[in-house]
Design a protein around this ligand. Sequence first.
Ligand code: NAI
Ligand code: HPV
Length: 413
Amino acid sequence: MTKLSLAKDKIRVLLLEGVHDSAIQTLAASGYTNVKRLPKALDEADLLEKIKGVHLLGIRSRTQITDRVLAAADRLVTLGCFCIGTNQVDLPAARRRGIPVFNAPFSNTRSVAELVMGEIVMLMRGILPKSAAAHRGEWIKSAANSWEVRGKTLGIVGYGNIGAQLGIVAEAFGMRVVYYDHTDKLPLGNARPVPSLAALLGEAEVVSLHVPETAETAGMIGAAEIQAMRKGSFLINASRGTVVDLAAAAKALKSGHLLGGAFDVFPVEPAGADEEFASPLRGLPNVILTPHIGGSTAEAQERIGVEVARKLADYSDVGSSLGAVNFPQTQLPVRPAGTRFLHIHQNVPGLLAQLVEVFSQRGANITGQYLQTQGEIGYSVVDAEGDLDTGEILEALRAIPGTIRARFLFERH
Ligand SMILES: NC(=O)C1=CN([C@@H]2O[C@H](COP(=O)(O)OP(=O)(O)OC[C@H]3O[C@@H](n4cnc5c(N)ncnc54)[C@H](O)[C@@H]3O)[C@@H](O)[C@H]2O)C=CC1
Ligand SMILES: O=C(O)C(=O)COP(=O)(O)O
C-alpha cells in the first residue's frame, strides 16, 4: 500500500501556451488529472495571480518566469519548459527557491533544421515576392537574383543540436558548410569550423543563427556584423530575437546589402493570436517572417509533451531530477517499502550530519540516501523505515538551519 503526501487529484497542474495533448495524456497516465491548460502566455500580472496554489507549471518560450513570479508561487514544486530554450526562466532564482526546471533539449531540433533548409531555397529563389505578385495577378518569370543552393556556402553560427543537423541537411542539397561555435565541436559530414564569427560572415552566402539567448549572444549580429556579411547574402534567425539588431537588418535589407532574410524569433513577440505583431521587418519583400514556429510541428510538439510531462511527473512522484537544467540531477530507484523524504538546502558544511541525526534520533532506519550539490544548493533524498511519525520528522527537517524545502513524498508498506 502506498500513502502519498498529497492525493494526486489535489496536485494542481497549470499548462500555458497551448502545450500538446500528449502532455495531458502523459500526466493522466501518472494520475495527474487536476490539469488546467491555457492557449497562450500570461503576462506577469496575470501570472502572479494564476500561479497561486499551482504545484506543477508548464510553459513554452514566451512566458517569463521572473523571481517575482517565483516568489508568488506559493505551492510550486517544479517547472517544465515544453521547449528547448530556458532563457525565459530566472534559473538561479528557481534554484535558490528549490524549484527544479526541466526542458526537452532536442525534441524539436529536426523541425527547426527542416524549416531553415526550406527557407534557404525559398530565399535564394526569391519565391516570396514572386508568389505575392502572382497572388496579385502579376507574372514575374525571371532568373534575376535566383540561384541554386548547390555549391553555395552556408555559415552556421552555433553548431549544437540544431546547427549540426542543419549542416547535414544542407550538405545533402550540395551546399558547403562552415560553422562557428565558441566551443570545439565535432564537424559532421564535410562541415568545416572557422576560427571566428568574422571569418564566417566574410565567407558565407547564407548565415543561419543557432545560438541560445545568453549575455554573450545578445546583439551578436549588429550593424557591424551585418556590414561584414558578403554583399547580396542572406540572414536567417530561428534562435532568439535578442541575437539580431533588427533595425540594422532592416536597413541592410532595404539597401540591398542583404538580398533576403528569414526571421522566426523577435525581441518582443505577441503573447497570442489576439496581439498585433510589430517589427521593422514587416513589409520587406524578400523577407520570410514566421511567428516563432520553428519547433511547431505535430511530431515535435507531441514528443515534447510526453518528454517534459514525464520529467515533471517523475520529480513529483519519486524525486528524480534527471534532466533538470538548474538543479542537482538524480535518477532514483523506488524501493518496495519505506518512506521517502526530500530535503533541499543551502550548500553549507555539516548539514548532512544534522539530516542523518533527525532520523537516528527517532530510531528510523535509513535504507537509502542520496545527496548532490550544485552551486549554492544541495538536494538530499532519504528513504527510511521504522515506526515513523512523518509529520514530526518533516517538522524536524524543516527546522534544520539552511533548509529551503523539505517534503515527504510517499510511504510504502
Ligand atoms: N525557433 C524555434 O522555434 C526554436 C528555437 N530554438 C533556439 O535555438 C537555440 C539553439 O538550439 P540547440 O541547437 O538545440 O542548442 P544547443 O545548445 O545544442 O546548441 C547551441 C550551440 O551554440 C553554441 N554557442 C553558445 N553561445 C555561443 C556564442 N556566444 N558563440 C558561439 N557559439 C555559441 C554552443 O556551444 C552550442 O554548440 C536554442 O537555445 C533556442 O533558443 C530552439 C528550438 C526551437
Ligand atoms: O524550443 C525552443 O526553444 C523554442 O524556441 C520553441 O519554443 P515554443 O515552444 O515554440 O514556444
